[in-house]
Design a protein around this ligand. Sequence first.
Ligand code: GLV
Ligand code: MN
Ligand code: MN
Length: 416
Amino acid sequence: MTDTATDGPAGGPLHPATVTGFRRAWRDLAPVGRAASSGGYHRFAWTPADLTLREWFAAEAADRGLDVTADRAGNQWAWWGDPDADGPGVVTGSHLDSVPGGGAFDGPLGVVSAFVALDELRARGVRPIRPLGIVCFTEEEGARFGVACAGSRLLTGVLDPDRARGLRDGDGTSLADALRSVGRAPEHLGADPAALARVGAFVELHVEQGRGLVHSGDPVGVGRLIWPHGRWRVELRGRGDHAGTAPLGDRQDPMLDLAALVLAVRAAAEDAAALATVGKVRVDPNGVNAIPSRVTAWLDVRASSPGPVRAVLDRLGHYDPTEESWTAATVLDADLADEVAVALGGVGLASPRLGTGAGHDAGILAAAGVPTSMLFVRNPTGISHDPAEDADEADCLVGVGALTAALTRLVTAGAS
Ligand code: GLV
Ligand code: MN
Ligand code: MN
């Protein structure tokens, strides 16, 4: 992050303590799960890095006098006010987990901004008439157990808890065992209608994963829709043998099938105007001098509408792909987006509307009927899921100002 913060002409000015709080939180999080060699983050659900992040979240909440609860999916909630007595409330937040070798901003920017926006509301003397919640969703990236947005899917009941308990990571550890190993009861996993009912509206701030705001020249934007997307697994079987003795003509080498699959995916995506990626493979036994006996490949397909996604899958039908997750297209609440835009206009910010091909817990909540909006912060590289993901500190603080403005409007709506 380039350290260029000023008080900011738009979205602010923020109280100096808010800016200090943002910098401190960012500094505290920076080393957690960071690989020294690449600078990429490895923050996977229920690993030591994740437990450190959970403790960080609880400590930030405690510093502000907020109690933390975990719902039946393991998502963490901190409430200012009592959503059971005075709710439903307004919730903001995001996630702290990462993809393998991920960037610093995807997720953490929304959680840090949530805490410091609450500080700014308090510093300004805002008196909410609706409770304000801060949430950190578990396993948003699905990097460990394969299902994206697992925490919000469990919460809302779209991920069956039996299926969730049986999900396995790359080492074969089930989610149930991972939970047991950190002292949590897997039997507790499940939908949590009571936790969900506390959420009257959700606003997720997120780094932009693209260059829409670079092109429009705006530091922040407002989400319009989330593309439909899915993940599939393809098993390619062969026959293991010795790299130095098996004649080429005798081999059954699934690596050749993988090469053909990757090219077929690319061609199908180009023809259908979709995005399709083979970003993860497992090779058994993965030895330099061994012909593999089996290759497993994972496929991610997205498009602005479901048709092209289905067209890609139809072209790959002979590979018999197994669906691991599917998220329908989500149009975010237009009325709430208008409310957010009015709030941004009040602090001198434009509200370009952005669609995104990235998945978000916001989409899962929106699909569950929660009025949901997203705020995006400009990313000069446009890159995400990589250490090159970036945002200038000045833009992050404009984002905090924008979130503060939106929350002020939402938590005081109806107050005279
Ligand atoms: C998560 O960021 C995803 O889009 O897969
Ligand atoms: Mn992500
Ligand atoms: Mn994210």
